[in-house]
Design a protein around this ligand. Structure first.
Ligand code: HEM
Length: 144
């Protein structure tokens, strides 16, 4: 009898587990896929190095405060990927005002970001998820 009770309990518990839904993905899943804080710092460093080598867009950055840009980009990507950060920089409209950034410039920066993420071993699906989050900013950045 005791065995029967144990068996019924085991079946019931097992049944419940089988019926319960898979846990939802963690909110910071993308942040983790980017390598967390240190991974994002390496990606942004790589991005800035790639920009410095990119004659299509480097001229836009000659007067930029690169330390601040690094810090604000890390905050922004951390926040956009669900990490524990708050973006404290200026709006995209204000930061790119008067720069006359074209679609081609925008695409060039995105290419540099992809190269930096690939170098850090970020899976393509995660790369696409981050790009998807940044894409809506395009209208606030180009032709300002
Ligand atoms: C998804 C695309 C982009 C994102 C997410 C982005 C993000 C940012 C952020 C967070 C800042 C710092 C704002 C602050 O200082 O408070 C910034 C500044 C800047 N961005 Fe962008 N940006 C993008 C595209 C571009 C493009 C395409 C260019 C030019 C080719 C560009 C040129 C600059 C420059 C030169 C600054 C520095 C301004 C300064 O120090 O005075 N950005 N951007």
């Amino acid at each position: 009898m005791r065995h029967l009770i144990v068996l019924v309990a085991a079946l019931t518990l097992g049944g419940c587990a089988a019926h319960s839904a898979a846990p939802p993905p963690a909110e910071d899943e993308l942040y983790q896929a980017l390598g967390g804080q240190s991974g994002i710092e390496r990606i942004v460093e790589g991005l800035l190095i790639n920009i410095a080598d990119d004659e299509r867009i480097v001229s836009h950055f000659v007067d930029a405060d690169i330390d601040r840009l690094f810090e604000k980009l890390v905050e922004q990507i951390c926040m956009e990927s669900g990490g524990p950060c708050e973006y404290t920089g200026d709006s995209m409209e204000d930061s790119h005002a008067g720069m006359d950034i074209t679609e081609g410039d925008f695409n060039a920066l995105v290419e540099n970001l992809i190269v930096a993420m690939t170098a850090e071993g970020v899976p393509v699906t995660s790369q696409n998820r981050l790009l998807h989050r940044l894409a809506p900013m395009r209208g606030s950045i180009i032709y300002r």
